[in-house]
Design a protein around this ligand. Structure first.
Ligand code: HEM
Length: 429
């Protein structure tokens, strides 16, 4: 009896504190002050030590690859750092939802600012949206982008060559390539590319200020609503125009704008970060640099290992248990949030067989850099196309390229879902 009362009291307090926390996130975004409230067991998922996950994460994974973390206001979050365990959670669409409405309704908050779109929807909505998007990402459709990607890469290399002194590979190379590729993919005007970059960066940077990420989210949706209206009037050959031609009014402007926004958010910073981190690995491994420069066959396995080793998307979308569910011996109560650490999973010794260091000879199949299950990255093949194009082109154009600052002076993102290096100054040689 006493226990029941205690439980009731606890859940009322939890709901109240959760409500305060959520309304704060909804009002101000996930800013630095909100983040500071989080315990170290969660912050470790967003931190790194150079290219490696922090030591604490390996320690937690070794003892408890799935563990419960209690937030200061009584909410429980489950942290998954093991490869098998993460696969089990991500693979169980019946057991887990990605719909933020769960978090909101658990804490009694209206879900009108739930992010929506592909990543944050469940079947059957997710199945329908994904079916609309998938045909645009088949190799047959993507192949039309190959010459465009090559041209974009060459243009960037020419622009870098024209610069004097050290060049920042992040600004001059890694960021523009995926941004311009997505312009091509969606069929939106080139003139909008600066807005593209700003909107996409705000979506993921946890320290981007008080408007991020919800403010940036509505801003970019607003932008895409205009693009979609223009494509309805005159459908082009890009993804949006093709969907308008194939699906007509069966997809409304709001859903289409959400899909476009999801593609930008999903495909821009993720690819840019991986391009930059992979370039850094090349700069620090002369023999690998040389192999990528001279051997066409080396690019594909290198890209796979870079995806695994750098795991730019550190965390999968939050999952919410639909019912009480058992994963690897842990019972996750209905409604609890589960965070899967993809960087933790990709370094798990039970998957890689060692400490997960960069190994150009590793056959890195089965990594979770693109996630797993129904939300697995829809743009994985496009990302691979871009990555396989950039490294050989970069090393061939600038065979003498060197880091312009000591590696220990490089600055990485401190706390972010998408990990990255802030800048990568190089002498082109
Ligand atoms: C190296 C580059 C990339 C990485 C590391 C990456 C990683 C991921 C991951 C981990 C997920 C699944 C998250 C989860 O299950 O919780 C995901 C989903 C997604 N990605 Fe990517 N991605 C990359 C590039 C792209 C590109 C190029 C596009 C499109 C142009 C894209 C669009 C998406 C979309 C729309 C989703 C949501 C899929 C769904 O919910 O069904 N991504 N990505």
């Amino acid at each position: 009896m006493e226990k029941t009362l205690r439980t009731k009291f606890r859940s009322r307090i939890t709901a109240r504190l959760g409500r305060t926390y959520l309304s704060r996130i909804q009002k101000y975004g996930i800013g630095s002050s909100t983040i500071r409230l989080l315990p170290d067991e969660l912050l470790m998922l967003l931190r790194r030590d150079g290219l490696d996950p922090v030591d604490k994460l390996a320690g937690v994974r070794a003892t408890a690859p799935i563990s419960k973390v209690s937030l200061p206001f009584g909410m429980d979050v489950w942290v998954v750092t093991g490869h098998e365990e993460a696969k089990a959670v991500l693979g169980s669409a019946d057991g887990f939802s990605t719909d933020f409405a769960h978090l909101a309704s658990n804490a009694g908050v209206a879900a009108e600012q739930s992010p929506g779109g592909l990543g944050f929807s469940d079947p059957p909505v997710h199945t329908r949206l994904r079916r609309i998007l998938t045909p645009e990402f088949t190799m047959r459709r993507l192949r039309r982008l190959t010459p465009r990607i090559d041209a974009i890469v060459e243009e960037r290399l020419d622009a870098m060559r024209a610069r004097r002194g050290p060049v920042d590979l992040v600004q001059e190379f890694a960021l523009p390539i995926p941004s311009l590729t997505i312009c091509e993919l969606l069929g939106v005007p080139y003139g909008d590319r600066d807005d593209f970059q700003r909107l996409a960066m705000d979506r993921f940077d946890l320290f981007a200020g008080t408007t991020a990420p919800f403010g940036a989210m509505s801003e970019s949706l607003e932008y895409f609503r205009d693009v979609v209206r223009a494509q309805r009037r005159t459908p082009g050959d890009g993804l949006l125009g093709m969907i308008v031609k194939e699906h007509g009014d069966s997809i409304d402007d709001e859903e289409l704008a959400g899909l476009a926004d999801g593609v930008l958010t999903g495909g821009f910073e993720t690819t840019a970060s991986t391009i930059a981190l992979g370039s850094l690995v090349l700069l620090r491994n002369e023999d690998v640099f040389e192999r990528i420069r001279t051997d066409d066959a080396a690019a594909a396995p290198f890209v796979e290992e870079i995806l695994r080793y750098t795991t730019a998307v550190q965390l999968a979308f939050p999952r919410f248990a639909r019912e009480d569910i058992e994963i690897a011996g842990a019972v996750i109560p209905k409604g609890d949030m589960v965070l899967c650490s993809l960087s933790g999973a990709n370094r798990d010794a039970s998957y890689v067989g060692d400490d997960g260091r960069f190994d150009p000879h590793r056959n890195a199949t089965g990594h979770l850099a693109f996630g797993h299950g129904i939300h697995r990255c829809v743009g994985a093949e496009l990302a691979r196309m871009e990555l396989r194009a950039v490294y050989p082109a970069l090393t061939r154009r600038f065979p003498q390229m060197k880091l312009a600052i000591p590696p220990q002076d490089l600055s990485f993102r401190k706390l972010s879902i998408v990990y990255g290096v802030e800048s990568l100054p190089v002498h082109l040689g």
